[in-house]
Design a protein around this ligand. Structure first.
Ligand code: F6P
Length: 317
């Protein structure tokens, strides 16, 4: 069996671990494995590389991906199906192990299944927004990165009180990532795009928090509506200084946490086993604390919005 590993869309911590784990399984099982650089655009251009074992071992715990990804919609090319089939035949590739997030799972995987290309997807996104999955690889590492930022903010907030701190997380259009971080960091408020709050209410609440405890920590998702207005209006309405920190892509490139190292290896094992058992299309989902194979291309349309009870608990609504 010869597998081509590749990444489509945004990277996530844990991809390198999973690649290393899969390559190890393949080696032990007498299978072949190679990588495609630059997503499907690269695969169609035959940008195929051997996976360097020592480099993989070295980078298994680092964020990012040794196989660069791409957001180019290369499969929309009218000749893509034929070209992909040709490349796979020429290089003797039996199947694709694909790392990707929500978009890859909902759009790319069904397309490949329709073209009769064997492909198993490992959901990798810090956003934790994949339908049918309790958890996606990379989320824990991104939360850990934020936890360290929160510790720094808390230290300076204690040392120089009287300010409101807004910490922006990634998360694409969803608030799953921000909610998880707000909860574990004991934030005073969580602002999620799914549940926008009224600015007057927010300003009044922040005034109370700062009066009571000296400073306020707000965790907000990058997709929260009109953040610029928030940053301008809150100080004006409260008379309190506001300091803004955006974690940005540093968060996505975080080092891989212990949990994500375990999840990555478990997912790789399920994917390898599935190919060996003759499964042609599937998604490895993390459910109820374990990696399982969802047979078929797409496990569902959209993940439900972030837990409303948890959100209300954090914000004391
Ligand atoms: O989906 C993963 C993610 O990191 C989101 O959290 C973020 O909104 C987006 O990708 C950023 O994408 P890009 O790297 O293209 O700016």
């Amino acid at each position: 069996m010869k597998t081509c590993i590749m990444v489509s869309g945004g990277d996530a911590p844990g991809i390198n671990t999973a690649i290393e784990a899969y390559a190890r399984l393949a080696r032990l099982g007498g299978d072949q494995v190679l990588g495609a650089r630059n997503g499907f655009a690269g695969l169609l251009d035959e940008q195929l590389v051997e996976l360097d074992r020592s480099l993989l071992s070295l980078l298994a715990g680092r964020g990012g991906s040794i196989l660069p990804s791409s957001r180019r919609p290369a499969l929309q090319d009218p000749n893509a199906r034929e070209r992909l089939g040709d490349v796979m035949r020429r290089h003797g590739i039996d199947n694709l192990l694909l790392f990707g997030g929500d978009g890859t799972i909902r759009h790319v995987a069904p397309l490949l299944a329709g073209w009769d290309i064997s492909c198993i997807v490992l959901p990798t996104t810090i956003d934790n927004d994949v339908a049918g999955a309790d958890y996606t690889l990379g989320h824990d590492s991104a939360c850990n990165f934020a936890t360290q930022a929160v510790a720094g903010i808390r230290a300076t907030a204690h040392a120089l009180p009287g300010r409101i701190f807004l910490l922006e997380t990634l998360g694409a259009p969803t608030g799953h990532l921000a909610l998880a971080i707000a909860y574990t960091s004991g934030a005073d408020l969580a602002l999620l795009p799914e549940y926008p709050l009224e600015l007057d209410w927010l300003s009044e609440r922040l005034k109370q928090i700062v009066a009571r405890q000296g400073a306020a920590l707000v965790v907000l998702s990058e997709a929260y509506p009109d953040i610029d207005r928030l940053v301008k209006e809150i100080p004006r309405r409260t008379g309190i200084r506001l300091r803004y920190t955006a974690l940005g892509h540093a968060q996505r490139g975080a080092d891989v946490s212990h949990r994500d190292r375990c999840v990555a290896r478990d997912m790789s094992r399920v994917a390898w086993r599935a190919f060996k058992d003759g499964d042609r299309n599937g998604t490895v989902l993390w459910r109820a604390g374990a990696a399982i194979l969802h047979h078929g291309s797409s496990p569902g349309e959209h993940k439900p919005p972030p837990d409303r009870h948890l959100y209300e608990y954090i914000n004391q609504l």
